[in-house]
Design a protein around this ligand. Sequence first.
Ligand code: ATP
Length: 207
Amino acid sequence: MIGIFGGTFDPVHYGHLRSALEVKDIFGLSQVRLIPSAQPPHREQPAASALMRLQMLELAVQDQPGLTVDTRELNRPGPSYMVDTLKSLRQECNDEPLLLFIGSDAFNHLKSWHQWRHLFDFAHIVVMTRPGADVQHLDDFLKARLAGDITELVHNTAGKLYFQQVTQLDISATAIRQMVAKQQNPGFLLPDAVIAYIRQHTLYQRT
Ligand code: ATP
């Protein structure tokens, strides 16, 4: 099974990295692909350029062979729709189950995603519990997809919804950007190599 973890990663931090590593072990994944989005359709445009966000991700995972960076959204023109990303991954991965991991805050906005129901044609969705975010009431479409245990994900290539608790690190990229803008030290919230990159390129000087 392959895990997929999309985001703006502006910048990548230990909240992302710890949950990616944890779900890799919990679900026995061969790899987790971190996929930076080029033009996120649902939010303000990132503060750092796509290339810089990519370089920070690469620095963050350089010593973690199970975590890989997938650049397909950066190589595709137009908005980064997850449904297009999953469709192209499905073509490459044949019958291997794909698990799309999203935080519970992102899950609460799932219905605003482009062609959201079709996400389940190509992957399972695993919602990771995130501090401070309540999960919305499930409608009949989502309830019908709810998996009782991990074996249901293993035995289907796509189509299931599953909730998984991960270690709760209350870290957000927004808070890190604000800290950097205020000349505060974001140490221990993200890898040192990424902090060094932020300093070197004088990123996030303004909120
Ligand atoms: P921002 O503060 O700029 O909104 P973010 O820290 O939420 O950024 P994103 O790149 O937007 O990071 O998030 C990518 C994915 O990672 C989303 O599915 C999000 O829910 C999840 N995520 C973000 N922070 C955490 C965290 N601390 N623990 C677990 N998952 C997280």
